[in-house]
Structures are given as structure tokens and as C-alpha cells.
Design a protein around this ligand. Structure first.
Ligand code: NAD
Ligand code: MG
Length: 390
């Protein structure tokens, strides 16, 4: 069957999700066309991408990078270059855009994604903060416009694939797998002396710095529980996490009759990204998949919440609801930033999240603007935290 070529907008083209998306685009040029890309400050890398893919529109959100690129004429003449945060919205709402890959990190994706959703565009949802922060607003906007949210995070993509053809009443629970990160087997008493260099090495996945630290603390799984809650409309008691060090089983759905379905590939994001970009069609993968002629071992075990206080706090936040998810996310983001720049140590990350959550008044923001304000206030608070051990 001949399938229409999709026009793709890639937000965060210079990052890890961006690089994997480009690999899928290279493989499927007859099915996917890259029409717009963005980056924060890496102007040379973005210019190279525009050159290779002959991209008509590009945005640099960092204004000094934008000015530098303009002054030095770094971009090919066929690319129209924009600068600043608002340009993310312009690029995401281009009339000709069919699917927006949300590969930026942090809250900067919220407004552009909402604008694209309002126009009914498809969203390949890698960025976690969109649902963690925008939750009900994003889901309601997608319902109103008919925009399809395609979960790109590997766990949610796995669940999405397992759920196809089933209704919510048939689902007992979702089981998200987690590698457990690089300190999975380290003695707990050694965790306070972990350095940023140790925490940014992931045993299985090659990803951006922030998400790699989040994998070690399992704040990443916490954010993914929030995402699953919004995407699949299930209460916290039906969301489970299991450690699976090999990162091959990307998640499971357990049905009411006791059957459990899972989805499996080697640990590379190209599989999930391609599934979203070509959805609902399938085509040959960028990389070889699992080969059962080679023997392999898959392990599963329950996470120890004493080792992963960020996961415990995530469950508590889910049960609290309201603003807690936004506070969890913002305080974690600042805590990771502070850990990476050496102003706090590793175990201060959950301490900061806990401290910010305990300042919550249990209110519920009734607009996106109010949420953005809570996000900003939490960041201030998290920055004010004084570490007793550094
Ligand atoms: P990354 O740090 O490698 O890349 C981030 C991208 O966002 C870059 O292109 C950067 O230029 C851009 N960016 C950074 N700050 C920005 C700002 N203030 N304004 C506009 N653009 C900005 O991150 P990543 O690992 O690719 O992750 C991107 C998102 O996808 C995150 O939300 C992450 O949690 C999620 N995710 C990543 C992976 C993965 O394998 N890397 C897997 C699942 C989900
Ligand atoms: Mg994930």
C-alpha cells in the first residue's frame, strides 16, 4: 500500500532523541521528510543537520547562538533561520507539519506542544516534562482537537503497543521496567560520595546527561509513572515498577485474566521513535533486533525503595496529585543541575525534592500559566536549599 510521506518537525535535533530521530529519517527518506529542526545553542551542529537534510526551517532558541549563526552565515541559503523561544511555537504550528517530535529537554516544550495539539497535529512524545507538568491540560487539548499523542519514551511506547486492540477495563496493571541505573548494585552507604562523572555513565542506554542522572536515582521512573498515569488513565495503585538490568523488556501490560504482554528490542531509542513516526505502519528497523539464536539472560526484581528514595517520593506525589507532580519535576531538575555543578551531593537530590514537596499547600493549578508559576517558584525554592554535606 502506498502511504503518504509525513512532514516531520524535530524539536531538540542536536540532542540524544534528536540524533536517534535523524537515524530513522535517514533510513526512511521515502516516507518521512524533515521540514523543521531546533536546538538551543549548538548552531554548528544544527547547521550541519540543515545541510544534510535540506531543511527549510530552523530555530536556535539561545539568542546569542542565533545572532552568531546569522552573523557568520553558518546556515545553508535554503534554510530560513529563526531565533528565541517563541519561534518554537511558530515551527511547531507550520501548516505543512504532520508530526512534531518533542525531543527537547525540560519545560520549554510545553507551549509549542500545546499549540501543535490545538491544531490537531500528531505528537511523538519523548519529552517527559510535557505530561508531568501539563498533564490534564495536554490530555484535554488532545481530546478536543483529535491530536494523536504517540508515546515515544520506550516504556510507554511498549505499553502503547501492548494495549492496541484492548480496552481499559481489561487492564489489571501496567508494569514499567527500569534498568536501576549505574548504582543498582553499589553499597547504599557509598551513594553519598558518588560524583557527577560516575552518575552520567549509563550501563545500557546512551542518553543526555540529565536523564542519565535521573536513571541512577530512578527519578526518571518516577516521571515515567506520572506520564503513564496521564497517557493511560490509570490510578497509581495500578502502576508498578520492576528492575530489569538488561533493558530489553521495555514494559508489560497485565490483563485481568492474568495474561501479561510485553514488548522487546535491544536498548536503542530508534525502535520506539520509528514506531511513532511511521505509525500505524511498520517498516524495517534501523538496527538489528534481538536474535534468539544467541543465548541471553533476562532478570527481573522488585526495586528497593531505600536505595531509590526518588521513586518512593514519586509514588507519594502521584497519590497526592494536584501540584505535586509539577513540584517533583521542577525540584528534581534543579537538584540534578546543582549536583552536576557540584553544589550539592548525590543524596541531596531526594532531600531537595522532599523539602519542596513538603512546602506544597496541596492546591491544584487551574491553568497552564498557574502551573508555570508553580514550576518557577519551586525552582527558586530548590535553589535555596542548603546542603549540609558539601
Ligand atoms: P539532550 O540533552 O541530549 O538534548 C536536549 C535537546 O533539547 C537539545 O537539542 C538541546 O539543544 C535542546 N534544548 C535544551 N535546552 C533547551 C531550551 N532551554 N530551549 C530549547 N531547546 C533546548 O536530551 P535527550 O536525552 O535527547 O532528552 C530529551 C527529552 O526526551 C527529555 O525530556 C528526556 O527525558 C526524554 N527522553 C529521552 C530519552 C533518551 O534516550 N535520550 C529517552 C526517553 C525520553
Ligand atoms: Mg524511558
Amino acid at each position: 500500500m502506498k502511504v503518504a510521506r509525513k512532514n516531520v518537525v524535530l524539536l531538540g535535533a542536536t540532542g540524544s532523541i534528536g540524533a536517534n530521530t535523524l537515524r530513522v529519517l535517514r533510513k526512511h527518506q521515502n516516507k518521512l521528510k524533515l521540514i523543521a529542526v531546533t536546538a538551543h545553542s549548538n548552531d554548528q551542529k544544527l547547521a550541519d543537520i540543515c545541510q544534510e537534510f535540506k531543511v527549510p526551517y530552523a530555530t536556535l532558541t539561545d539568542s546569542s547562538a542565533y545572532k552568531r549563526a546569522k552573523a557568520e552565515g553558518r546556515f545553508p541559503s535554503e534554510t530560513q533561520l529563526f531565533g528565541g523561544n517563541d519561534a518554537l511555537i511558530e515551527i511547531s504550528t507550520l501548516e505543512e507539519a504532520d508530526i512534531i517530535v518533542l525531543g527537547v529537554v525540560g519545560a520549554c516544550g510545553l507551549k509549542p506542544a500545546l499549540a501543535a495539539i490545538d491544531m490537531g497535529k500528531e505528537i511523538a512524545l519523548a519529552n517527559k516534562e510535557l505530561l508531568v507538568l501539563g498533564g490534564s491540560f495536554v490530555i484535554d487539548a488532545a481530546k478536543r482537537s483529535g491530536s494523536r499523542l504517540l508515546p515515544t519514551d520506550s516504556e510507554h511506547n511498549a505499553i502503547f503497543q501492548c494495549l492496541e486492540g484492548h480496552c481499559n477495563e481489561d487492564v489489571e496493571k501496567l508494569i514499567l521496567t527500569a534498568s536501576g541505573g549505574q548504582f543498582r548494585d553499589a553499597p547504599i552507604q557509598k551513594l553519598d560520595s558518588v560524583t557527577p562523572a560516575d552518575a552520567t555513565q549509563h550501563p545500557n542506554w546512551s542518553m543526555g546527561q540529565k536523564i542519565t542522572v535521573d536513571s541512577a536515582t530512578m527519578a526518571n521512573k518516577g516521571l515515567e509513572l506520572f506520564e503513564a498515569h496521564w497517557l493511560f488513565n490509570l490510578e497509581p495503585s495500578r502502576l508498578e515498577v520492576v528492575l530489569h538490568p538488561q533493558s530489553i523488556a521495555h514494559s508489560f501490560v497485565q490483563f485481568v485474566d492474568g495474561s501479561i504482554l510485553g514488548q522487546f528490542t535491544p536498548p536503542s531509542m530508534t525502535f520506539a521513535i520509528q514506531h511513532c513516526l511511521l505509525y500505524p505502519h511498520r517498516s524495517a528497523s534501523v538496527e538489528p533486533t534481538l536474535d534468539f539464536k544467541q543465548s541471553m539472560q533476562w532478570d527481573f526484581r522488585a526495586p528497593d525503595l531505600a536505595r531509590y528514595p526518588c521513586l518512593k517520593l514519586a509514588y507519594e506525589s502521584l497519590y497526592t496529585g494536584g501540584n505535586a507532580l509539577a513540584i517533583y519535576n521542577a525540584s528534581n531538575e534543579i537538584a540534578v543541575e546543582r549536583f552536576l555543578n557540584g553544589s550539592i551531593n548525590y543524596l541531596d537530590i531526594p532531600r531537595i525534592i522532599d523539602w519542596c514537596l513538603s512546602n506544597d499547600t496541596n492546591s491544584v493549578a487551574t491553568s497552564v500559566e498557574a502551573l508555570i508559576e508553580i514550576d518557577a517558584l519551586t525552582r527558586k525554592l530548590a535553589n535555596a536549599f542548603k546542603s549540609s554535606s558539601v
